[in-house]
Design a protein around this ligand. Structure first.
Ligand SMILES: [Zn+2]
Length: 80
């Protein structure tokens, strides 16, 4: 399924949130930049990332986990 927004579609909120955490683990963003939340799209009914509005509680809750994983990824790449 493709959306007019050209954003990547996720079928459920859970999938989108999981991907959002994953994304923030892989790519470095400041606290208030990059995708910070997910939303249900009015056009396609799927979920997309958004960089607007409030930072998702999910990100706040997983903040330490995200930075720990990101650090691990960084060293993994560096030492390879
Ligand atoms: Zn959409």
């Amino acid at each position: 399924m493709k959306c007019v927004t050209n954003k990547r579609c996720y079928d459920t909120r859970e999938l989108a949130e999981e991907a959002l955490i994953e994304h923030r683990t892989r790519h470095y963003h400041n606290d208030n930049s990059g995708p910070i939340n997910v939303y249900e799209c009015r056009d396609c009914g799927s979920y997309h990332f958004t960089s607007q509005g409030e930072v998702s509680d999910l990100i706040k809750q997983n903040k330490s986990k995200i930075s720990a994983n990101r650090e691990a990824n960084y060293w993994e790449r560096k030492l390879r």
